[in-house]
Design a protein around this ligand. Structure first.
Ligand SMILES: [Zn+2]
Length: 438
C-alpha cells in the first residue's frame, strides 16, 4: 500500500457491520478524501494525522431511516395522546411554521443526532430545502423529503406544489456530497390516489426512495378500508407502489399475506418502536418480517413523538420490545438491532454502497464510543455493549466523510448555544398562539 492516508485511526475494536459481521479486535482504519482506504490489523500506511483509539469501540455512524427533524420544535409540546388526537393537537403550531423555523429546528436536531452518533438521516417535513441547508451547515448527511399532503402545508399550497418542490430538489441536489432526496407522500389517509401515483412515478424516474407512513394504527387501517375496501398495504399494492424503492414506515398492523407481499416486492420497512410505544399504536411484526428476510431499518420518528432522536436507545428498545412481546429472548438479537441502525438502514435508503458499514471504498462515517467509562466495562461482546449498554453519554468522536464533527462528545464546528437560543425564540411564538386560541 503506497497510498498516503489523511487520517489513520489505530488500536480500536472495529465493529464493521459488513456481510460477515466482522469484528477486528485490534484494528486500524485509514481514511483518504473522506473514504475508508484500508481497514485491518497493524496497517502499514503513512498518514498526515494519526490517532490512537485506545481500545475504544469504533463502528459505522448510525443511520436514522425516518424522522421529522424540525419537530424538535415541538418536543414535549403534546404528549400522552393517541396518534390522530396528537396530530390534531400539534397542527396549529405546525401550521404557523416558516422556512427559518424549519431551518432552526432541523439544525438543532442535527446537533442532537451527531452527538448521539448519527451521521445520516431520512427526513419528511415542510420546507425541506431549509432542512437540507441545515443538515449541510451542521455537516450531517440528509435524505430530504418534502411532505406531500392533500391539504395546504406551510411550504406547499397544494400537493402538486409539493411534488414540484420534490423534483426541483432532485435537480438542485444531484450529486451533492451530503444531500440526497426522497419522495415523501405522508400517508394513504392524508393523500389522494392520483398524488400517490405521481409520487411513485417520481420515485421511479429518479430511482429514489418513496417514504410513506403505512399501517401505523388500527384506526388508520379501518379508515383506508372504508375508503378503498382494502387495507393500506393491499391498497398500495393495487396502485403498483410495492417495489424496491418503497420505504414503508411503521407497519404496525399487518397480516401474514401482507408480509409476504413485502417480501415478494422487496419493500423496505422503517421500524420506529419508541414512537409506536409512546402513541400506543402497537407493535410491528418485526421478528416475522426478519424471518422472511425483509430489510428492516430503524428510525426515531420525530422528537415530538419519541421524544429524542437517539438511535442507541432505539436499538435497545427494538431488541427488548420484541423479546417481551414474544416472551422469547432470542428474537431481535443485538446483532440484528445493530444492523437495523446501520447497514440495513443504508440498504433501505439505497445508500448501502457508500455508507452503513466499515468497508474499503465506503465513506468514513464513523462512531467511536468512549472506552474508559464505567458503563462500558468490562467488555465481552462489542455488539452487546452497543445495543444494551451504550447511551449517547458514551459517544466520543463522530466522523462524517472523514471529518470529525463530534470530539469527545462535543460538537466541533457549530455553536450549540446559539442553536438552542434560535429555537427558543421560535417556541415563544407557539406559546402566544396557544394563549390566543384558548
Ligand atoms: Zn413519521
Amino acid at each position: 500500500m503506497n497510498q498516503r492516508a489523511d487520517l489513520l485511526l489505530t488500536n480500536g475494536i472495529v465493529v464493521t457491520a459488513d456481510q460477515n459481521n466482522t469484528i477486528i479486535h485490534n484494528g486500524d482504519i485509514a481514511v483518504k478524501d473522506g473514504k475508508i482506504i484500508a481497514i485491518g490489523e497493524n496497517l502499514d500506511i503513512e498518514a498526515d494525522k494519526k490517532e490512537s483509539l485506545n481500545r475504544s469501540i469504533i463502528m459505522p455512524g448510525l443511520i436514522n431511516s425516518h424522522t421529522h427533524a424540525a419537530m424538535t420544535l415541538l418536543r414535549g409540546y403534546s404528549d400522552d395522546l393517541p396518534l390522530m388526537e396528537w396530530l390534531a393537537d400539534i397542527a396549529p403550531a405546525e401550521g404557523s411554521l416558516v422556512g427559518g423555523d424549519v431551518y432552526a429546528g432541523t439544525f438543532l436536531a442535527c446537533l442532537e443526532m451527531l452527538k448521539a452518533g448519527t451521521t445520516c438521516f431520512a427526513d419528511m417535513y415542510f420546507f425541506e430545502e431549509e432542512a437540507a441547508k441545515a443538515a449541510v451547515d451542521a455537516g450531517i448527511k440528509i435524505i430530504a423529503g418534502e411532505g406531500i399532503l392533500n391539504f395546504p402545508t406551510p411550504s406547499a399550497a397544494a400537493p402538486e406544489h409539493a411534488l414540484e418542490i420534490t423534483e426541483a430538489l432532485c435537480s438542485k441536489y444531484k450529486n451533492h456530497p451530503l444531500v440526497k432526496i426522497c419522495v415523501a407522500p405522508h400517508s394513504a389517509y392524508l393523500l389522494d390516489e392520483k398524488y400517490l401515483l405521481r409520487s411513485g412515478e417520481i420515485s421511479m424516474k429518479y430511482n429514489i426512495p418513496l417514504m410513506i407512513h403505512v399501517s401505523e394504527t388500527a384506526s388508520e387501517v379501518a379508515q383506508i378500508k372504508e375508503k378503498t375496501g382494502k387495507t393500506p398495504i393491499r391498497y398500495l399494492d393495487s396502485l403498483g407502489l410495492l417495489n424496491k424503492n418503497l420505504l414503508a414506515v411503521h407497519c404496525v398492523v399487518m397480516d401474514n399475506e401482507e408480509i409476504e407481499l413485502f417480501r415478494k416486492n422487496n419493500v423496505k420497512v422503517s421500524h420506529n418502536p419508541e414512537s409506536n410505544m409512546k402513541l400506543a399504536s402497537g407493535i410491528s411484526p418485526v421478528p416475522e418480517m426478519l424471518e422472511k428476510g425483509i430489510c428492516i431499518a430503524l428510525g426515531t420518528d420525530g422528537a415530538a413523538s419519541n421524544n429524542d432522536l437517539c438511535l442507541l436507545s432505539e436499538m435497545d428498545t427494538a431488541a427488548k420490545l420484541h423479546k417481551v412481546n414474544k416472551l422469547d429472548p432470542t428474537v431481535v438479537s443485538a446483532r440484528q438491532a445493530l444492523r437495523m441502525a446501520t447497514i440495513d438502514s443504508a440498504r433501505a435508503l439505497g445508500i448501502e454502497n457508500e455508507t452503513g458499514s466499515l468497508e474499503i471504498g465506503k465513506d468514513a462515517d464513523l462512531l467511536v464510543l468512549n472506552h474508559n467509562l464505567p458503563g462500558l466495562n468490562p467488555l465481552y461482546s462489542p455488539e452487546s455493549h452497543i445495543v444494551y449498554a451504550a447511551s449517547r453519554r458514551e459517544v466520543g468522536d463522530v466522523y462524517v466523510k472523514g471529518k470529525k464533527m463530534v470530539s469527545q462528545g462535543n460538537i466541533v464546528h457549530s455553536d450549540t448555544v446559539s442553536a438552542i437560543r434560535n429555537v427558543n425564540k421560535i417556541i415563544s411564538k407557539f406559546e402566544k398562539k396557544i394563549i390566543k386560541t384558548q
